[in-house]
Design a protein around this ligand. Structure first.
Ligand code: ADP
Ligand code: MG
Length: 471
């Protein structure tokens, strides 16, 4: 049997059909094709699909169809963050068209009184974050036992953010629950366990057409040490078009602040987000970014959870994440809904192993490339500096080349002479290799710059040495 691939073939409720037409959506996405017919029959679903694949409508459409505008709560959708709750509520609001369901969003950081009033006035559907839903339940504004449909969106992020105990508390109170829809981009063991526990004889839907689902993200890494990251970032920013937007990840809050400030000093208009900002400030900053008013957002993993901005074209791992999972979450922020995107990672020599691990875990190719050239008239954000640490090998040695042939010197004499002239310890000088007209000398990275300076001003056996660093 052929799977129907057009919304109009499903015979959806008139209002929903019209809304979808209004939106200009032509075909359902893979996860929607798999999930909507099953959910419409009232069955439980455990669904997996990557970010940006249209999960909201996959559960939103069947939920809208199951609810009536009668001002009693019939469905509860839990999301990990306020931003996601707002987005899901918005999308469901749009998808229901003229159906007239009252949808309430329930999340922390806002006026409890106002939210209670809305809930008490009678709503059909609640989209909320776990903490506030519990709070409102305890205050008597939500009656969990009466709600028939439960949807858990982004279960893996809920887990990451430590919300699982809250989710459990809520599920246990939903005694009349007759349908459960659970969605997650990934399925760590805890999410598998939860799926098993919360659902009854579920249909597992996974979007299989990875070809289509995997966004067109070009992934690259640039081998660069700390001191040249700003320079490399400038090269990438310099190649962005006016409509591009960039999300930069660092591993610490301190680094978020530092980078945001440094960018500001270079005249780059950026905003930053981290976990312990007040909710309304977070929201304001995100709005500025979503509107496209700001092109660059600097954030930590935690702060970036739940950011769904379709316009992000560039993701930069200013710091490589410590976990392979985070990498995928990060790059998932770009190239949404078939748009193309670029993900850049800065890796030091020591981090190449981690980069390989990430690439191997997910079967991806992340080539190490040179930083892109600036377009004509482009300005460097920072000058590229000699990075001794990055040039050194695993023994901490760098190679210096001298214009001296094997006829003019022997290893022992040359080594002795350098140690004496530069007044450095013996161990500073490593392997020496004499060629016909050039000689290479290994020098410890800590003294390399100094040794090169000294050799520039000395003559060996009456000859100038013209010392230079070998890359
Ligand atoms: P997910 O929850 O899987 O990350 P979303 O539900 O947020 O993805 O969908 C991502 C984007 O795709 C949203 O902007 C949404 O409006 C849009 N979208 C969803 N389904 C379709 C569709 N069938 N056709 C076109 N756009 C769609
Ligand atoms: Mg989603």
């Amino acid at each position: 049997m052929m799977t129907k691939r057009r919304f109009i073939d499903w015979g959806l409720e008139k209002e929903v059909s019209e809304a979808i037409q209004e939106l200009g959506w032509d075909e359902p996405t893979e996860i929607q094709v798999e999930a909507i017919p099953v959910a419409r029959r009232g069955e439980d679903i455990v669904g997996q699909a990557r970010t940006g694949s249209g999960k909201t409508a996959a559960f939103g459409i069947p939920i809208i169809e199951s609810c009536k505008p009668e001002r009693t709560v019939q469905a509860l959708i839990l999301c990990p963050t306020r931003e996601l709750a707002v987005q899901v509520a918005d999308e469901i609001g749009t998808l229901q068209g003229k159906k007239g369901l009252a949808i309430a969003t329930v999340y922390g950081g806002t006026d409890i009184e106002k939210q209670s009033k809305i809930l008490n006035s009678g709503v059909d559907l609640i989209v909320g974050t776990p903490g506030r839903v519990i709070d409102m339940t305890k205050r008597g504004h939500i009656e969990l036992p009466k709600i028939g449909i439960f949807c858990l969106d982004e279960a893996d992020r809920m887990l990451d953010m430590g919300f699982f105990p809250d989710v459990l508390w809520i599920v246990e109170k939903m005694t009349e629950r007759r349908q459960t829809l659970l969605f997650s981009a990934t399925f760590p063991q805890e999410v598998l366990d939860a799926a098993e526990e919360f659902t009854r004889d579920p249909t597992h839907v996974m979007s299989e057409d990875l070809e289509v689902e995997v966004p067109e993200i070009d992934q690259f890494a640039i081998k660069v040490g700390r001191i040249n990251k700003m320079w490399a970032l400038g090269r990438i920013i310099g190649n962005m078009s006016d409509r591009d937007q960039m999300l930069i990840f660092t591993n610490t809050k301190r680094m978020v602040d530092m980078l945001d400030e440094r960018l500001g000093r270079q005249g780059v208009d950026s905003v930053s987000l981290h976990g312990d900002m007040a909710q309304n400030k977070r929201e304001r900053i995100l709005d500025q970014f979503k509107d496209g008013g700001k092109r660059i957002l600097v954030a930590t993993d935690v702060a970036a959870r739940g950011i769904d901005v379709d316009g992000i074209t560039h993701v930069v791992n200013y710091d490589l994440p410590d976990e392979t999972e985070s990498y995928v979450h990060r790059i998932g922020r770009t190239g949404r809904m078939g748009r193309s995107g670029q993900a850049w990672s800065f890796v030091s020599g020591q981090e190449i192993g981690m980069l390989d691990k990430i690439a191997n875990t997910w079967g991806m190719s992340i080539p190490i490339v040179e930083a892109p050239e600036l377009p004509d008239g482009g300005k460097e954000l920072s000058k590229q500096k000699e990075d001794w640490d990055e040039l050194s090998d695993s023994f901490g040695m760098v190679t210096v080349c001298l214009s001296l042939g094997k006829k003019e010197a022997n290893k022992f004499a040359l080594s002795e002479w350098i140690v004496r002239e530069a007044r450095v310890p013996d161990v500073t000088i490593g392997e020496i290799s004499l060629g016909e007209s050039e000689t290479t000398v290994e020098v410890h990275v800590k003294k390399a710059s100094y040794v090169i300076d000294v050799l520039k001003s000395r003559k060996f056996g009456g000859r100038k040495l013209n010392p230079s660093l070998v890359n």
